[in-house]
Design a protein around this ligand. Structure first.
Ligand code: 26Y
Length: 821
């Protein structure tokens, strides 16, 4: 009898329109006559959502029945972007829905634009998590993502007088059709309080944490559809709520107002995403977020495990947890606490379960990005966890001492506790000690962590604990969705869309690199995508790009000194000065170029904000200089985000990935640009190395010092002094001569390079950068050759699919299988 009531998925225009109308009239309580684009977007989404939820339910049932090992991806950031278009593509209903909403008097593209980005992340790390959940679903892995449902995502960036101004991103303003509130799931999470030490009847010590403040974690589920499969996995994001238990002491003393206020504080835990990328600010609320999310997630996972009535010894056959950076490291301690204090397991057995459960991904070697927490803060906020950390550290140091007797230096170097003022807990070390595998995110980076920041741990554990999984991106969003014309052209040659599931199939495109008809079409797609970007730029900045044939040179990513947007803008100034010096006749030999920047700075990062201001000031001068005309335009696109990246990445001729060698762990925008047929100018850093290997060094413009020399050069700067090249001195003089607004304003930026050691080696790489740019100009003149490079790059970028990355994690780290194997 159940069967006959089963919810029907829409599978035709008729059934779609039926459901659409029902959602307008019932879910939204509107009439069809009063249905604007926002309502139409919502009704469309609700209709898709019905299908997703139906498949989501079946997926969960199937996974439960199969009862295999599941993987849980713990990430404080999921930079998802918009859901609608992606759901249409993954469920292959886009054409049907386009025609249907057309019938109903709407344009699908317009409806798609109504959706706010789910911007619950800063940059690369958060977007990686989003690509990974897409690949986990598409590969039909039994997998859940766990994170926080921030009420405010990453701030929206406005540019006012050339300066970044942050405005709050209240993304949940309207109903969010893509989440399912699970109000019935209510998990109590405690903070503060004290630890009670007792002995049980057998004289065994027992510890019991009595929390001092309680909040409730409630779940919101986001269905994650796979591509061309009915598999829909779950992304569970936690939201903090007050408990309903009042503080009766306050209440009875008549202090009702304060009693309510205390409760309200609970909600602040999940109110806002910390907007720092690669920089640790060490705020108490951030640690509260971390524990809140991790404790709720583990509670959920353990509840699920207990339903199966298995013994604890089988926990690691059922559960793998991946830690996206050190942000969830407290999970290691929390699981140990649950097993020992609450479940009564012996320490060693518990610890073996813990270490076999966790894997840790490192995303950076920058010291300022490595998390450390003051011992004092832990003592107050999580007193029992601090005790457990001490014990973990003690047992660890004891084994090290056995292995390397009398090496006190080593012990103090690897101790989880840094004996500084104040004493701090080194979260990365805790993550290594509590995991069975540690991975970097590109080959070079994975080698670097073994030889620099974690070198002592290689000595202790052996090299096999450390591994590499090079990052990847999902070809569904970053090719099919962002670049539908290129996807169609590719499909016409490959004969099917199978490459979207096996990206290495792109290889076949090599056969067409000299096919003049194909080359022409390929170039036309790029031109169309550039036109689309020109429209966006006009709308956002009012800057006209007069020449769509100009070389589009793009650098979009978080603004950071190590990513060296300053090197790029100095290069632009150099070009400008060259144009100014040239005679009108000579000017004809310059290839027209548009220099495009975009990215957010952390609100408190002064140097990065100065870089933004400098870019805008340079743009102002150059764009209004009649000597320059169409030869050079400079644009700063405000509020760079996932949706804008989808328009920007397909429109590049050249993109810049020019970090100081050894500083960018991987980079993933480099992959997005290559997959969309743009060439790269870059340093020998992060995944650029592997991109070069895959596509061939004749197809990439590499420059700059190598990572193995960086420390030596910095040392030499410090002790022997250094001289900036003439070309850079000239650029700096132009800034100081107020050619780009008040030069004084940029003093700090200039001085850090001129006088304070030039930590990021801008001077050392400048000439080499200019040479690479000259080569770019030269190559771009030969359109046919350029397009050929573009085709060959795309043909050989299959390795950079996040599907490949996920398969590597599944096999090498999680020991988890796809549901159909
Ligand atoms: C400590 C805390 C404030 C913090 C917050 C965010 C620390 C780091 C981050 C974010 C780091 C991040 O996005 N890292 C990037 O990860 C990408 C995915 O692996 C890499 O491609 C990229 O090189 C790396 O910078």
């Amino acid at each position: 009898t159940w069967k006959k009531f089963a919810v029907q998925k829409f599978d035709s225009k008729d059934s779609f329109e039926n459901s659409f109308v029902r959602h307008v009239e019932t879910t939204l309580a509107r009439s069809l006559y009063n249905c604007d684009e926002l309502a139409a977007y919502q009704a469309t989404s609700e209709t898709i959502r019905d299908n997703l939820i139906t498949d989501w339910n079946k997926t969960q049932q199937k996974q439960t029945a199969k009862d295999q090992k599941r993987v849980y991806y713990f990430s404080l950031e999921f930079l998802m972007g918009r859901a609608l278009d992606n759901a249409l593509i993954n469920t292959k209903t886009r054409d049907l829905v386009r025609d249907s909403v057309d019938d109903l008097g709407f344009n699908l593209e317009d409806l798609i634009q109504k959706e706010p980005d789910a911007a619950l992340g800063n940059g690369g790390l958060g977007r990686l998590a989003a690509c990974f959940v897409d690949s986990l679903s598409s590969g039909e892995y039994p997998a859940w993502g766990y994170g926080i449902r921030y009420q405010y995502g990453i701030f929206a960036q406005k540019i006012i007088d050339g300066y970044q101004v942050e405005t709050p991103d209240y993304w949940l303003k309207f109903n969010n059709p893509w989440e399912i509130a699970r109000n019935e799931i209510q998990i109590p999470i405690d903070f503060y309080g004290y630890v009670e030490h007792t002995k049980n009847d057998n004289g065994v010590k027992k510890s019991n944490w009595i929390g001092g403040e309680r909040v409730i974690a409630t779940a919101f589920d986001f269905p994650v559809p796979g591509y061309d499969t009915k598999n829909v996995n779950n992304l569970r994001l936690w939201s903090a709520q007050p408990t309903t238990e009042f503080d009766f002491a306050k209440f009875n003393s008549g202090d009702y107002q304060n009693s309510v206020q205390d409760q309200q504080r609970a909600e602040t835990i999940t109110a806002v995403l910390y907007p720092n990328d690669n920089f640790d600010s060490g705020k108490e609320l951030r640690l509260k977020q971390q524990y809140f999310w991790v404790a709720a997630s583990l509670h959920d996972i353990i509840r699920r495990f207990k339903k199966s009535k298995r013994p604890w010894s089988e926990f690691t056959d059922q559960v793998a947890i991946q830690l996206n950076d050190t942000h969830p490291t407290i999970a290691i301690v929390e699981l140990q606490r649950i097993l020992v204090d609450l479940e009564g397991l012996p320490w060693d057995q518990a610890w073996s379960i813990v270490t076999n459960t966790f894997g840790y991904t490192n995303h950076t070697v920058l010291p300022e990005a490595l998390e450390k927490w003051p011992v004092e803060l832990f003592q107050r906020l999580l007193p029992r966890h601090l005790e457990i950390i001490y014990d973990i550290n003690l047992f660890f140091l004891q084994t090290v001492e056995k292995q390397f007797p009398k090496d006190r230096e080593l012990l103090s170097r690897v101790s989880v506790i840094e004996e500084s003022q104040p004493r701090q807990i080194r979260m990365a070390y805790l993550a290594i000690i509590g995991s069975h595998k540690v991975n970097g995110v590109a080959e070079l980076h994975s080698e670097l962590i073994k030889t620099t920041i974690f070198k002592d741990f290689v000595k202790i554990y052996g090299v096999s604990k450390f591994t590499n999984v090079t990052n990847g991106i999902t070809p569904r969003r970053w090719l099919k969705q962002a670049n539908p014309e290129l996807a169609e052209l590719i499909e016409s040659k490959l004969g099917s869309d199978a490459y979207l599931k096996d990206l290495t199939l792109l290889k076949k495109l090599e056969e067409y690199a000299d096919d003049s008809d194909f080359v022409k079409k390929w170039a036309q797609v790029k031109t169309n995508n550039k036109a689309r970007l020109i429209g966006l730029i006009k709308r956002l900045t009012n800057i006209e790009i007069p020449n769509p044939e100009a070389l589009f040179d793009i650098q979009v990513k978080r603004i950071h000194e190590y990513k060296r947007q300053q090197l790029n803008i100095f290069g632009v100034i150099h070009r400008y000065l060259q144009i100014k010096k040239a005679s009108p006749e000579e000017r004809k030999s310059f290839a027209p170029k548009v220099s495009i920047f975009g990215g957010k700075s952390a609100p408190g990062y002064y140097a990065a904000k100065l870089i933004i201001k400098l870019i805008n000031s340079v743009a102002e001068t150059i764009n209004n200089d009649p000597d320059v005309g169409d030869l050079l335009k400079v644009v700063f696109i405000p509020d760079y985000n996932v949706s804008k990246a989808e328009i920007i990445a397909p429109a590049s001729d050249l993109s810049e990935h020019i970090s100081t060698a050894g500083t960018e762990a991987s980079g993933t925008s480099n992959m997005k640009f290559v997959l969309n047929g743009g060439l790269i100018i870059g340093t020998v850093d992060g995944a650029n190395v592997e991109i070069t290997r895959e596509i061939g060094e004749e197809n990439i413009f590499l420059f700059g010092n190598l990572s193995e020399n960086v420390e030596e050069i910095r040392y030499s700067h410090r002790y022997n002094g250094y001289q900036l090249p003439e070309s850079l001195e000239e650029v700096i003089s132009a800034i100081e001569a107020n050619k780009f607004g008040d030069g004084n304003e940029f003093r700090q930026l200039v001085e850090s390079i001129k006088y304070h050691g030039d930590h990021y080696l801008v001077g050392d790489d400048f000439e080499s950068y200019l040479k690479a740019q000259e080569l770019v100009d030269e190559s771009f003149k030969d359109t046919k050759e350029w397009v050929k490079k573009s085709i060959l790059s795309v043909a050989n970028s299959g390795f950079f699919s996040s599907d490949r990355a996920i398969n590597e994690y599944a096999e090498g780290i999680w020991n988890v299988e796809s549901i159909n194997t």
